[in-house]
Design a protein around this ligand. Structure first.
Ligand code: GH3
Ligand code: MG
Ligand code: MG
Ligand code: MG
Length: 312
């Protein structure tokens, strides 16, 4: 990202980058009141294939963090609105960003002041002028470890799906985008029927196999842009961006039917399972919390209507 982009093209480009994989370039958020300083840092990092997004006003930092999802933050220490230390404190206050490395880059060479700045959640202090390869190596190493750690933090280890907390965060983000882009958004909750009986009859390892196979099945059937989470033991949640009511019903109904047809080889007879599903659509005035509550109510209706069905 260079300084000449307007806001809407910036958002468009950020959008493309939100589905991060391990092979995506590292993303660095630079906060510096001096445009010239920031441009220099950008050039150094961009030359190493690292993507940057620059803010000259620290006040925009929280929005930029949510939208750009950086792997690392480079902070200037002295800025008129709010200094780097104050900003670091605010960032660290949010659970979402506990694992994002914060590196100060400043001409300040007084060690006491540097250590003081680091005391509020900074990970490193680099003094200007800095050699480009020193900056690049520091950013790469820290970003790599942070990305690895984050991938573990947000996933469930049995299925590899997103965990409960992260699924809800993805739902919040998706609500924000759907509203901004005026696109529909569906949220579905799935719960395997009479799962206790599966465990009791076939044993816990078989129960685990069913959970894993439903996870895999959802991954295969849903779009790359959908977010699939393991919401609880035998409960799953799916965020479906750009999906209207009819499409959401169609795709989950198809998954329900196909899943019920799977036979797991077992004694004395093969096992087959079903799930119930509740869907809620984003509507004006609803946030992620309200949406998940609605999906949960629809799931309850599906259970009480006899299970093995999808309700809206
Ligand atoms: P319902 O149709 O009403 O959903 O019935 P249910 O038996 O599925 O109801 P409930 O939600 O009360 O039971 C879920 C069971 O799932 C209880 C728990 O022992 C089991 N379970 C939760 N997590 C796991 C897991 O990771 N592995 C296995 N094998 N079983 C699990
Ligand atoms: Mg400054
Ligand atoms: Mg349950
Ligand atoms: Mg259940």
């Amino acid at each position: 990202f260079t300084g000449s982009l307007d806001a809407s093209s910036l958002l468009e480009r950020i959008e493309v980058l939100t589905h991060v994989s391990q092979y995506d370039p590292y993303k660095v958020l630079i906060v510096d009141d001096s445009k010239a300083q920031a441009t220099h840092t950008e050039r150094v990092l961009n030359s190493a294939g690292i993507l940057t997004h620059t803010l000259t006003e620290p006040i925009q930092a929280m929005d930029a963090l949510a939208e750009f999802q950086p792997d690392l933050i480079i902070l200037d220490m002295y800025m008129p609105e709010c200094n780097g230390t104050e900003l670091a404190k605010v960032i660290r206050h949010n659970d979402r960003y506990v694992s994002v490395p914060i590196i100060y880059l400043s001409a300040e060479d007084d060690l006491d002041k540097q250590l003081d700045a680091m005391s509020e959640g900074g990970d490193d202090f680099l003094t200007k002028p800095i050699k480009p390869r020193h900056l690049i190596a520091t950013v790469r190493n820290r970003a790599a470890r942070a990305r690895n750690l984050k991938a573990r933090m947000v996933r469930d280890s049995l299925t590899g799906l997103y965990n409960h907390t992260h699924t809800l965060q993805l739902l919040e983000d998706a609500c924000f985008r759907a509203r901004r882009d005026e696109q529909p958004l569906a949220f579905a909750m799935l719960d395997i029927d009479h799962f206790k009986k599966v465990n009791d009859t076939y044993g816990h390892p078989m129960g685990d196999r069913v959970i894993k196979s439903l996870a895999l099945f959802l991954k295969q059937r849903l779009r790359k842009t959908d977010h699939i989470g393991r919401y609880g033991g035998e409960e799953f949640a799916v965020v479906l961006p750009d999906t209207d009511e009819q499409s959401a019903l169609r795709v989950l109904e198809e998954i329900r039917q196909r899943f019920a047809e799977i036979h797991y080889p077992a004694q004395p007879q093969d096992l087959s399972c079903t799930f119930s599903c509740g869907i809620a659509m984003l509507q004006p005035g609803l946030d992620g919390n309200a949406l998940s509550k609605r999906a949960d109510e629809a799931l309850y209706t599906a259970k009480h209507g006899g299970r093995n069905r999808v309700e809206l």
